[in-house]
Design a protein around this ligand. Structure first.
Ligand code: PEP
Ligand code: MG
Length: 553
């Protein structure tokens, strides 16, 4: 008799919750809900007893500090203790307590007084600029934790638990992701987000099984046992503890098998396809050797500065980039200049209140207003290249025209970076790829944005996932045109969007003429195997089918 393991335990729930799987793998564990930022209620209560109010505010602040200090003492994440201690020091600052007491004396209830006092400190730090301005995020954290305590709301940010959990959130802000580690989080489920949102990209870079756009995840309760399948996009509720153990054991075995995969990307008949990594920092670069990739195809430099109020100095950038470049050990690294804007705004580059940021001053376009930020970055990269001897290719995001391509590649060459290219993320760039290649040394197709702009579908909108699907023939047409322009010019054309991580689509992309595929470390083994199973001629046949609307899954 076959035992249907799901039935008895799953009688608690009915069918699984369905979202979009964005990082393969399965994990089971207890749900930990991510607390939202606390909002002050619209109705402000009258203060009957100012002394009691002040006492509540001061002890909530002290609890926030003590909690942060405890976490600092307990953490093993590199650099996290310093961040937590610095935040605790803000909560212990006597002048903050004084400002809160004075707001209460003027009639503010405790939570409002904390909010107001921190707001004033916030403005002061921003005025001071530099390192002080960077502390604003910490101050906000103190505000959120203290206000949540006073209002009796769950604490915001990544939950604290004694054992690993399945993180369930509405969505993650880029800054929330900084302390997210696979030791704490087994899998990720979000209500919003799409297959190419920053949350999905982060999950893939960590190799964390993940499901996004799962509307019903809003019904999950803290502590309940669930199983997440990052391939099918299903979340099973009400599983039994022994099922959870079994799922996690199976996942360990799958990972061990994947870890044994190595060697350069090749089709069955030996056609080379470079397999490269998408990274955001030095830890990501370290994965290159681990998964035996041929280098880095996309270093998203803006990820280093998401919480910064001011542009980093050249010296600081040289140190950061050198740290990444020196792990490359002779392998190539494609560094992208800051792609600030839309889902990844950088306060020092993006104007506030743009009506349509995805179509606004984003990526290379920010250099129209702040050319120094770009020239500083190029100078820093050239210095880091010199210092480390790494093979650096540099490219610009969000390029639309041949004129922009010439402007950028000239700047890069003048800065001392011999190999300069651009990303193809806008249909205009794909349509005119041959013109771009008169100036660019290479092209790299960002299918996440190219899909968004071709299908006019916001990449953050889970509801439009079918339009953002990289199998859309219109998107494949633009990839084909770009690849053909590359073949004509004898220059390389890679794909570095999430499409490159699909083992079923990879042979199609190769058949369309793509020369390299760049993806998260967790995808390399599957893509390597998929290519090794087909000849170049078969890739071309698959490409013809895909252009005609045939999907191989
Ligand atoms: C893309 O758009 O496909 C890409 C690789 O860039 P990002 O996802 O960082 O916008
Ligand atoms: Mg992009």
């Amino acid at each position: 008799m076959t035992v249907d393991r799901a039935s008895p335990a799953a009688s608690v729930s009915s069918s699984p919750l369905q979202g979009i799987g964005v990082c393969p793998g399965r994990a089971a564990g207890p749900v930990a809900l991510m607390g939202p930022r606390p909002r002050l209620p619209d109705d402000r209560p009258e203060v009957a007893d100012p002394a009691a109010e002040a006492g509540a505010a001061v002890s909530a602040l002290a609890l926030t500090a003590a909690d942060l200090e405890l976490r600092a003492a307990a953490t093993s994440i590199p650099g996290a203790a310093e961040v937590l201690e610095a935040t605790a020091m803000i909560a212990r600052d006597p002048s903050l307590e004084e400002a809160i007491r004075s707001a209460i004396a003027k009639g503010e209830p405790a939570a409002w007084a904390v909010d107001r006092a921190i707001d004033a400190f916030r403005a002061m730090l921003l005025d001071l600029g530099g390192y002080m301005a960077e502390r604003v995020a910490d101050l906000d954290d103190v505000r959120d934790r203290t206000v949540a305590r006073l209002l009796g709301h769950p604490l915001p940010g990544l939950p604290e638990r004694d054992s690993p959990f399945i993180l369930v959130a509405d969505d993650l802000a880029p800054a929330d992701t900084v302390t997210l580690t696979t030791e704490r989080v087994l899998a990720l489920v979000t209500v919003r987000g799409g297959p190419t949102s920053h949350t999905a990209i982060l999950a893939r870079s960590l190799g964390l099984p993940a499901v996004v756009a799962c509307a019903a995840a809003g019904t999950l309760r803290d502590g309940e046992l669930v199983e997440v399948d990052g391939t099918t996009g299903q979340v099973r509720v009400g599983i039994a503890p022994d099922e959870a153990v079994e799922t996690n054991r199976g996942e360990q075995e799958r990972r061990a098998a994947r870890a044994a995969s190595h060697g350069p990307g090749r089709t069955a008949d030996g056609h080379p396809v470079a397999l490269l990594l998408n990274i955001g920092d030095a830890a990501g670069a370290a994965a290159v050797a681990r998964v035996d990739a041929e280098g880095v195809g996309l270093f998203r430099t803006e990820f280093l500065y998401l919480d910064r109020q001011e542009a980093p100095s050249v010296d600081e950038q040289v140190a950061l980039y050198s740290g990444v470049l020196q792990t490359m050990a002779g392998r190539k690294i494609v560094v992208r200049t800051l792609d600030a804007g839309a889902d990844k705004p950088l306060p020092f580059l993006n104007p506030e209140g743009e009506p349509n940021p995805a179509l606004g001053v984003r990526g290379l376009r920010t250099a129209r207003r702040s050319p120094d930020v770009l020239t500083d970055q190029l100078a820093a990269l050239a210095l880091a290249q010199q210092a480390t001897g790494a093979v650096v290719w540099v490219m610009a995001p969000m390029v639309a025209t041949a004129a922009e391509t010439k402007w950028f590649t000239d700047l890069a060459h003048e800065a001392g970076l011999p190999v300069a290219g651009v990303m193809v993320e806008i249909p205009a760039a794909a349509l005119r790829a041959a013109d771009l290649l008169e100036h660019a040394d290479f092209l790299s197709i960002g299918t996440n944005d190219l899909a968004q702009y071709t299908l006019a579908a916001d990449r953050m909108a889970g509801d439009l996932a079918d339009l953002l699907d990289p199998w859309q023939p219109a998107l494949l047409d633009l990839i084909r045109m770009t690849a053909e322009a590359g073949l004509g010019a004898g220059k390389s054309v890679g794909v570095c969007g999430e499409a490159a991580a699909s083992p079923t689509l990879a042979p199609v992309l190769v058949g369309l003429g793509i020369t390299s595929l760049s993806m998260s470390a967790s995808a390399v083994a599957d893509v390597r195997d998929a290519l090794a199973a087909v000849t170049l001629a078969e890739c071309r046949e698959l490409a013809v089918g895909a252009l005609a609307g045939l999907r191989t899954t």
